[in-house]
Design a protein. Sequence first.
Length: 232
Amino acid sequence: MRTKDFPISPIEKQLISVISERLEKEGEGREMEIIDFHSLFKLLNQGEKTVVIKFRDIDPRLYGFKAPYLGKQKIPRNLIAIRNQKYVYKGGSKKIETRYLPKPVYIAYQKLNAALYKDVKRKLLIESGYRSPARQLIVFLYYLNFHKFNFQKVVKRVAIPGYSEHGFPKSQAVDFITTDGIPNDENPREFAKTIEYKWLLKNANRFGFYESYPRNNKLGVTFEPWHWQFRK
Ligand SMILES: [Zn+2]
């Protein structure tokens, strides 16, 4: 089946670039992972708001994304904040902004990490945990800008709000990152070669974590070895 085109005008592209850059700067030190649409709209002017709403209301299934609609969930109350995570990248130390996980998922992650450390002396950090629907849209626009507005590519990689397992606390997804900064945006699939990934393949299920998007999955989503869903 041929998928539809999604034209983006030069003005919209420019607005998206501006929004992405500004929110990245302004987002530092703020609780962006759990921002709601009301607070997001307060950071935008009318034109920016219009373009954000256009992308919020996309049906990604018209464009080749086949994962199910999970619904726009309320921001849960049992979130645990994960602060001060640091990894080494290109010789320097990089800090991850505050991340959030529902409490049962956080506890399972800690158990998994303890077992990982016991077995191979490595630890995994949470690169991304719970993301509110508004945050999910910011992430989508960021990658649209990053991939030079290649909509067909981004729509298969980054979910529209309501379709993301990062916004689905009942079966919360996490993105892991190693303490040496893998994956990164330049070469994300490097993660599949790590000791940590090989350990996850053998052991993560014991802790309730399952790989959502293995190689050649039927959901139309790109292979994401770092993305695991908690299903318990
Ligand atoms: Zn993910």
